[in-house]
Design a protein around this ligand. Structure first.
Ligand SMILES: *[C@@H]1O[C@H](CO)[C@@H](O)[C@H](O)[C@H]1NC(C)=O
Length: 809
């Protein structure tokens, strides 16, 4: 890698975040987008669910995934970790590791403590490396793996913690090196990675980054395509103009390996999302969306960027650029090889204005906050801010309603042998070992007949303090309140009036974990559950502290113990008419028209990806045919107002957001591969109360397809012969659909964005006819953006664009 310095834009595919039937298609789409390397993490907690018990089946079949990447002709960067962060449950550490006595993660603790975690880490890393070797998957064996990672973003912790951390980092480095993989190891965000380990950069931009030795290649292991989604948080998006600008900036300063994080992020199925409060969707606004469909123009624009960079390759690999100023905020970076190859990057980092620059005796117009790429030092084949590729507006198309039966998860339903009693409050994860999100805390309160509140009408007040993450409080079987923490702070306090009666009262609190932490200093020590105090106010005695009385505990739900999500479990109980707005309710889908298949539903036809619209529900979990689809939580609305997004200027994850005032996640991906043609079992557990009659199955399809192409849009076709094609509009439907309608077309100076275009002062009257003639009933069509095509120039001397919106049907 170091010597060839081949620009290798590559991709992160978190292999297990997708149903494995999707892998070949995703890998092809990555290849189609111009990538060379697929990067994946290795998820320790997925592969070693209990000590020494390994799992490499189904979507955890790492060898199969790597072999598929090889078959597609791509390379692999294997990020073993084993700490991976990744917004994944516990950062990839198995929860059992936390309960090894005296343990402390990612540090060099006392030998008697340290030996266990470090040995476990070494054992797992060795296991993975040996597995790759025995399958012949390293590059020198003819396999695709060209790079491996040990640890993950450890530098910042080392900075905070000092000596023991430094010792641990060098232990991890030496441990990895001793495994003799025959390919380089990298450590990301680890400035003092010891030789020969290569330190690499993660971030929104990495053009500021240089490795710690001049002979190491400059590598960007995570170019963030946007950011993850949290429950109760607006959804982040990153404009592709800015992402392409960031990548071009990195290449123009001599960067040699760019990996998108995420290129495809997929879905955190089941209970694999970390956080707490990381959503089930790990879409990440990535070029391939959560459902495996191309996100355009992001995918298409990056594909053009990759082509442009690869055209520069003969000059790029020759050495460092010569940088010259072209203006106050403009510069050129020129790469030249001894054999005469020349490539130039012209940058305008002005956040507001266009710039006209002079370079090698020619004039170039540079949009604000952009880079033009000239693979021959003359011809602009790409500008990061001029997006010529098609824009697709995806929509969720109704594909069937669902009718339900319900089953009530009774409060305090546990049997003697499942429950246990202790004095005081117990930490939740210690009790559940993360085998379930749920832990019941129940206690009893005796109220004397002479309590004044019984006659005064002034209800007592209950306060419950919890380390997180969500809590439902039931008093005498009635839900009296729901509280939850947030991405910033998982802790919560319930305060509310409670209806108590004379005699014995039951206070039952259902504490819910929403993914274990995946990042932060010693995140393994972070607690969950009710740790108190729990206090009742307004009795004759004033305040009664319930913290240290007897509490009864039940790990998990009764429905979980009965496996209601499975075929056998669901048929073991009597389901009733569906109830609405009832907390703690299990729902089972019944197919409305075929009584003999009461419990099941059929897969919608076609091959579009599917999702469940859960907007009418509160919070809970979904299973299909026994597979965990994930946690849903449309009841948690994101605050704030989402403003207009301008690609220009420094990006961070709060800059461009949607879903303010709305659910962070409304739709939940149901992989087609998990459905049978008929007879599917869909089970939901709703905690807060919702309206299941509004749940529907939807298909994800393209709604409108748009394009917005300037007359001077750089085009790459035959650029070497200078015979390059004029700018062209390309429109493409998918899933065999055809263009059925031209909703808008204008060659001139139209305004607006896809879905809301309008004509400007200049408009060629034939615009609509031309697109109609060329595109209707076609899966794909192309129209050149030149005045002759549109019956002459409607406004000579003005720069014109062709803008079109069509529907695929
Ligand atoms: C877990 O619970 C057990 C039994 O209650 C207790 O002895 C132990 O200290 C707890 N461990 C942690 C880490 O909280």
């Amino acid at each position: 890698m170091a010597s060839s310095a081949l620009p290798a834009p590559s991709v992160v595919a978190v292999a297990v975040a997708v149903a494995f039937a999707m892998w070949p298609d995703l890998i092809q789409k990555a290849k189609g987008g111009g990538l060379d390397v697929v990067q994946t993490y290795v998820f320790w907690n997925g592969h070693e669910p209990s000590p020494g018990q390994y799992y490499f089946e189904g979507r955890y079949d790492l060898v199969r995934f790597i072999k598929l990447v090889k078959q597609a002709g791509l390379y692999v960067h294997l990020r073993i970790g084993p700490y991976v962060c990744a917004e994944w449950n516990f950062g990839g550490f198995p929860v059992w590791l936390k309960y090894v006595p005296g343990i402390s993660f990612r540090t060099d603790n006392q030998p008697f403590k340290a030996s266990v975690v470090l040995l476990e880490m070494q054992k797992f890393t060795t296991k993975i490396v040996d597995m790759m070797k025995s399958e012949g998957l390293f590059e020198w064996q003819g396999g695709p793996i060209i790079l491996s990672q040990i640890e993950n973003e450890f530098g910042p912790l080392e900075w905070d913690q000092g000596e023991p951390s430094k010792a641990y980092a060098s232990w991890a480095a030496n441990m990895a090196i001793a495994l003799n993989t025959g390919v380089p190891w990298i450590m990301c965000k680890e400035d003092d990675a010891p030789d020969p380990i290569i330190n690499t950069c993660n971030g929104f931009y990495c053009d500021w980054f240089s490795p710690n030795k001049p002979h190491k290649p400059t590598m960007w292991t995570e170019a963030w395509t946007a950011w993850y989604t949290g429950f109760g948080v607006p959804v982040p998006h990153r404009p592709v103009e800015d992402l392409a600008y960031g990548v071009a900036k990195f290449i123009q300063k001599g960067g040699s390996f760019v990996n998108y994080y995420m290129y495809h992020g997929g879905t955190n199925f089941g209970r694999t999302a970390g956080g707490p409060f990381v959503a089930t969707s790990y879409d990440y606004d990535a070029p391939i969306d959560e459902y495996g469909l191309l996100r355009e123009p992001k995918w298409g624009h990056l594909k053009e960027l990759h082509r442009a960079i690869k055209l520069c390759e003969p000059a790029l690999v020759a050495g460092d650029p010569i940088i010259s100023s072209l203006g106050k905020a403009q510069k050129s970076s020129v790469f030249r090889s001894s054999t005469g190859a020349c490539a130039a990057f012209l940058e305008n980092k002005d956040k507001l204005s266009y710039a006209r620059v002079s370079f090698s005796g020619m004039h170039y117009d540079l949009p604000p906050w952009s880079i033009s790429i000239l693979p021959d030092c003359k011809t602009t084949v790409f500008n990061t801010a001029r997006v010529g590729s098609q824009i697709s507006q995806m929509k969720m198309e109704w594909a069937g309603g669902l009718t339900w039966q319900s089953y009530n998860e009774e409060i305090n339903s546990y049997s003697e042998e499942e429950a246990f009693t202790a004095v005081g409050l117990l930490e939740q994860i210690n009790m559940t070992r993360d085998n379930t999100d749920y832990l019941w805390y129940t206690t009893y309160v005796d109220v004397a007949k002479n309590e004044q509140f019984l006659t005064s009408g002034k209800s007592p007040k209950l306060t419950v303090m919890s380390a997180g993450h969500a809590l439902h409080v039931f008093v005498n079987g009635q839900l009296t309140g729901t509280v939850y923490g947030s991405v910033e702070d998982p802790k919560l306090t319930y305060t509310g009036s409670v209806k108590l009666w004379a005699g014995s009262n039951t206070i039952s609190c259902l504490s819910i974990a929403v993914g274990l932490p995946n990042v932060g200093e010693h995140f393994e020590t972070w607690n969950a559950g009710i740790l108190g105090p729990v206090i009742l106010y307004g009795l004759n005695e004033g305040r009664r502290d319930l913290t240290w009385q007897k509490w009864t505990y039940q790990v998990g739900l009764k429905g979980e113990a009965m496996s209601l999500h499975s075929l056998s479990g669901s048929s073991s109980v009597e389901w009733g008419e569906p109830v609405q707005k009832q907390p703690l309710t299990w729902y089972k889908k019944i197919y409305p028209t075929v009584p003999s298949f009461q419990a099941f539903f059929n897969a919608p036809d076609g091959d579009e990806p599917l999702a469940l619209d859960m907007n009418s529900m509160g919070k809970g979990q979904i299973w299909i045919n026994g597979q965990g689809i994930g946690r849903y939580w449309p009841g948690y609305k994101a605050p704030g107002t989402c403003g207009y997004c301008d690609y220009r200027g420094e990006y961070d994850e709060t800059k461009c957001q949607t879903n303010c005032g709305d659910s962070s996640q409304r739709w939940y991906h149901v992989p087609r591969a998990w459905l049978n043609p008929t007879g599917n079992l869909l089970v939901i557990f709703e905690e807060m109360g919702g309206d299941p009659s509004e749940i529907s199955m939807v298909k994800r399809t393209r709604g409108s397809v748009c394009a917005d192409v300037s007359e001077w849009q750089p085009s790459m076709t035959n650029w070497r012969t200078k015979d390059y094609e004029k700018a062209k509009v390309h429109l493409q439907c998918d899933h065999g659909r055809k263009i059925t309608e031209v909703k808008f077309a204008s060659f001139g100076t139209p305004q607006g964005s896809c879905g809301s275009y309008s004509e400007g002062g200049c408009h060629a009257h034939k615009s609509y006819d031309i697109f109609w003639k060329n595109c209707i009933n076609q899966e794909h069509c192309a129209v050149s953006v030149v005045p002759e095509v549109f019956g002459g120039d409607p406004c000579p001397g003005t720069m014109k664009r062709a803008v079109v919106e069509v529907m695929c049907g």
